[in-house]
Design a binder for this molecule. Structure first.
Ligand code: RI2
Length: 315
């Protein structure tokens, strides 16, 4: 199995997961793949990267960090290509672009933590869902600043990524309570602020995140608890500006029930969407590495970031 197949499988089987992590894993795989390419022209080099990029993009359909990261490194390489004369210079230039993306992506998570922590007050009770590096960065930064916080982590059926969040927070000294997903409304009156990540941010300021997020947002709205999203700016989906909808990934039904149970209950249909959509009106703010924005400001943020390169990021 080559590096592309291995990374594709790791992402699809969720051995590597989380919107930011899959973006970095795909870019790293492209970088390693570029070293193995035995091609004689720049055009062939670019074509091979584009084909490999399309393959990696198809591993999971929802998190736009994945196509955005791949398009970012390839389109920047194409822009630079005319300056590069020989094979070693293409490889070096592509490697630098990939490493630069990975470094920026990691730095963005840290910046989100610094910015978001300012909005966490001493004594706050927080709730998070699933396992988001960006959301945990905010919570851990607030904790490091000495703010006395308590966190509810949902277990996040069916893959139980909430247990990972609970474990990380607890190992870092944060007081954590693990709850089942259906207990969210029961606890929401105690919660000052919900902090979740995002797999995609759409043109109209909605966020796409782990299934159950939109129910939590509803409960937060009813209880007047703040609902904050922590997400790197490269999770904005360019395609949604052109009218496309985000594809919601349907995961295998065996993540919910066993094969034995299904064979004994053949009449039962099982549906396992991995994500849902939380509309802008349920979101108080989106914390990015550039700053905190109301969800309605996504369009302006996107224009500021990409200006006339709007089409480039589409790939
Ligand atoms: P970061 C995850 O998706 C969760 O939905 C999480 O909230 C989101 O990605 C963002 O995570 P999955 O891969 O990029 O677990 O903030 O399905 O780590």
């Amino acid at each position: 199995m080559n590096i592309l197949e291995k990374t594709f499988n790791d992402i699809r089987q969720m051995r590597v997961r989380g919107a930011g992590r899959i973006a970095r894993a795909a870019v790293k795989a492209l970088e390693e793949y570029s070293l193995t390419l035995n091609v004689s022209t720049k055009e062939e080099f670019i074509k091979s990267l584009e084909n490999a990029g399309e393959y990696l993009k198809s591993s999971r359909p929802t998190a736009v960090s994945l196509p955005n990261a791949i398009n970012y490194v390839i389109s920047n390489f194409k822009r630079k290509a005319h300056e590069l004369e020989n094979r070693s210079s293409w490889i070096e230039a592509f490697k630098i672009l990939c490493e630069d993306f990975i470094e920026k992506s990691i730095n963005a998570i840290e910046k989100i933590g610094v910015i978001g922590a300012k909005r966490v007050r001493d004594g706050d009770i927080l709730l998070t869902h699933c396992n988001s590096e960006a959301a945990l960065s905010v919570i851990l930064s607030a904790h490091k600043l000495g703010k006395n916080i308590k966190v509810y982590c949902t277990e996040t059926r069916p893959k139980l990524q909430g247990l990972t969040s609970a474990s990380i927070l607890s190992k870092n000294g944060v007081e954590v309570t693990l709850i089942v997903d259906s207990a969210v409304r029961y606890f929401m009156n105690k919660v000052d602020q919900v902090i979740v990540g995002a797999d995609a941010i759409t043109a109209n300021g909605a966020i796409v995140n782990k299934i159950g997020t939109s129910l939590i947002a509803l409960a937060a709205k009813e209880a007047r608890s703040r609902f904050m999203v922590a997400a790197e700016s490269y999770k904005i989906s360019p395609q949604t500006f052109y009218g496309d909808l985000i594809i919601i990934e349907e995961r295998p039904k065996y993540e919910i029930v066993s094969k034995d149970w299904l064979s004994q209950n053949k009449g039962v249909k099982v549906s396992n969407p991995a994500f849902d959509i939380t509309p802008a009106e349920y979101i108080d703010a989106i914390i990015t590495e550039i700053g905190i924005f109301p969800p309605q400001g996504v369009f302006i943020l996107y224009k500021e970031m990409y200006g006339f390169q709007f089409k480039d990021i589409q790939g």
